[in-house]
Each structure stands twice: as structure tokens, then as C-alpha cells.
Design a binder for this molecule. Sequence first.
Ligand code: DUC
Ligand code: ZN
Ligand code: ZN
Ligand code: ZN
Length: 485
Amino acid sequence: MSKVIKGGTIVAADRSYEADILIEGDTIAAIGPGLKGDEVIDAEGAYVIPGGIDPHTHLQMPFMGTETAETWESGTFAAASGGTTMVVDFVIPGDEGMIAALDTWEERAARQASIDYGFHMAVTGWSQQIFQDMGTVVGRGVNTFKHFMAYKGALMVNDDEMHASFTRCAELGALPLVHAENGDLIASLQQKFMAEGNSGPEAHAYSRPPEVEGEATNRAIVIADAVGVPVYIVHTSSEEAHEAIRRARQKGIRVWGEPLVQHLLLDESEYANPNWDHAAQRVMSPPFRDKKHQDSLWAGLAAGSLHVVATDHCAFTTEQKRMGMGDFTKIPNGTGGLEDRLSLLWTYGVEKGRLTPNEFVAVTSTNIAQILNVYPRKGALIPGADADIVVWDPKAGKTIKAATQKSAIDYNVFEGFEVSATARYTLSRGALVWDSTSQSQPQPGRGAHVGRPTYQAVGRALSTWKELVAPRPVLRDPKMMPIGV
Ligand code: DUC
Ligand code: ZN
Ligand code: ZN
Ligand code: ZN
């Protein structure tokens, strides 16, 4: 049974044009005018875009003494309803090690996911075992390794460990990802604010100023450059971090920056809300910033110094957030956004003239498909690509409400936001996983793991340190004693 998407305007990262799309099985068979298929999907008055890819989610992840409340089933339903057809989730190994953790993540996703998915693997220390396991993990289709420069005493790696792991990434042809915040400084600021009696959610933001992010971002880039490996900075939230990325790119260093839709649209005044629950629900790291930082992030997306808009979807219930009443350092860090990312970015990006529709497609799908080495299977509408397609209706607005969301948590940090565009249909490898009329849930377990090959030379960085660390002449005989001694 073939399908044809008829009457829409295709919006790709590089151009927009009117054409139908013929789907046979999992993939796009043809694109052009007047195509015929067994089943017609109506795209009249709508845009037709590549399915969104959210490269930053934490589904059912054990963290800060609890586990994120979004399951693979609820999370991928939420994603599909919002026009996202692939998530890349973080595997965070505990004592069981990388391989057992990857088994757990794979098993859960295989059973529950209704859209396609991939994994990143966290490196939370350094040992011979980790060195070896990284090779195994790459063999299982994971080409990215995450490093936390924050969460001291838990996930944090120091410079030495990061350098070792980056070197291993370079050797394997893998891409390091970094959560860039100075974890030592944060730990001492947390102690200081608690000692001063500042124990509420607002102190979470006080303890993580933009400076700690800017410093760590720069440090991560310098270490990656020393090794000669490209680096991807997750949740870039501040001008300081953006500046470090911009500066490095100007020097020819291969670095990518990923703002979150939350940081683009929500600011630090959220933490001043007198309702403790409201403020705690918005505690995430890095914290929300002020308008100056938001403007910088929007500008970076338009200028091409920032590349991907993700969500870091890490959803805890209000009950879980209350673990941190009386001590902000115990509020589980994380917010949601997976379901609303595309609608929000369209409304507050495209509609406001901050992004073109083509840039919108680039930052929600195409760029990350390229960075993660799954392009053009994902992120492109061309014959042969997976039929991960969204019929995007720019006239079907709604108000975001926790009461009607597909996400499993009891609130939404974007509650009350009006959005002007939503997904009419979402197709995942040719199957309808979201129909805005029926709104029925797609089949859990139909999603597939998308293995990602390692990077070839073309995607690799060259260190700008080449001359700096080249062998140097020995200037004098080391056995000769100085005159007069
Ligand atoms: N930040 C969060 O807010 N949650 C998960 C991990 C992270 O870095
Ligand atoms: Zn992080
Ligand atoms: Zn500020
Ligand atoms: Zn994260």
C-alpha cells in the first residue's frame, strides 16, 4: 500500500517548493507534481517538513535519587504528537557499567518506543574498562559520548579524564558531547548559598551563573582542540558559552552549540515565582537566564554560530521536585519540552521573523542528522530517505496545557503559551504515528534503533595546536653546567 502526501509545500533546510511525496514501505519513493498512491494524505494549506529530531532526551533515567517520570512509551507518543520522529537519549551507566546500561536502555526502547531512536553514552570516569567499553559501544551504533563537567561527586569528570576520553573518541571516530558548567565552582556556591539560608529554587540559579558555563565551555573546546576532535556542547544557555563557541569557530575549530527551546523562551524570573512548586518545576541545569542571553541564542541560530534546538527533556513530577524542599541542591534537575519544541520554535521563531522556515527545518532536523551521521536517511526529504515526515499546519493553533498533553507529567513549563502551528499528521518510516483528528496513540515497540556509523576523515577536526606541540629543537647540551657553578 503506497501513500501520497498531496497538495503541500515542502520545506527543506535548503529550499521550499510545491510537490507531492510518494511513500512506498518505509521510505520516500518519489517527489514531484501529480503523484498517485493507494492512500492520500491531505497536505492542502500545510507545509511538509522532515520529522523533527530531538537529540537530547532523558527518558526513564535514574538521576538525583529518583528516575525521570517520562517513559519511553509516553515520551515517544508526546514526541510524535508534536512532529518529532526521532529521539536520541542519554545512557547514563551506574555501577553496572556501560554495556549493561546500554542493554537496559535498548530493551526499554525496543519495547515501548513508537518512533525511531538512538543513544548517546555517558563517560562518568576513566578506567581501562571504560576505554574498552567505548569500543564495544561504538560497535553497537553509538557514535557519541557525553561528558559532564558538573554534578561533582556523581557524574562529573575532571580535565584529565575528559582529555583521555576525548582522545579515545578521536581514535574511534566518535564525537564527544559536553555538559559545560564548572562543577567545582558550583559545588562551593551551593554550599555558600545554603549556609546563608538561601535554600529555595531561586538559589539554584544563583549557584550556576553564566560565568561557570562560559569558563567550562571554553575549557572543553580547548581540550577537544588539543586532541584534534570535534566537540558538541549541549544546552548552550548563555552569551558567555555562545561567545566561546563563536570564537573557536572563527579559528577553524569544529564545535557545535545546542540551545534548548526552554532557554530561548523562559527566563530567570520563573524562579522568583512565590509558588515553590512553580519555581522548582523549572529547576534545570543550566538554569534559565535573562533576556540578554535569550537574544544571544536567537542571534546565534540565525547567524549559524549555534546549530540545533533540542529540549533536554528530563521530566520529573511535582511530587519528585518536592524532594528538594528546604534544600535546592536536592531538587531533581530537569524540565520537559519534547512535545512542544516544534510548535514553540515555529511560533516564537518563524512567526516572529527570527528564523526562516528553512532555518527552522535546519535547526530541528537537518543539522543534527548531519552532525550525528544519519543524514540523509534522516533529516532530508529525498527519494530513498526514511519517510519520517510531518504535515505541518501553520493555521492549527492551540494553547499549551498540561491537562491535554501526552507527556506523563502533571505540569508543563510552557503552560498557557499560545502556539500558531501544530502537526496535522506525523509519519514515521511511512506509518502514521500521529493524526490530529483521531489523536490515537501509536503502537509502542514499532520504533527502531537507528545505528550511527563512526565519522570518516571528512567529519574529523584537525587540532589548531599542531605547531604548538610539534617537536622543538633542543637549544643547549643538557649536561653542560651553567658558568660559575
Ligand atoms: N540537566 C538537567 O536539567 N537535567 C538532566 C541533566 C542535566 O544536565
Ligand atoms: Zn546536561
Ligand atoms: Zn543575568
Ligand atoms: Zn541532558
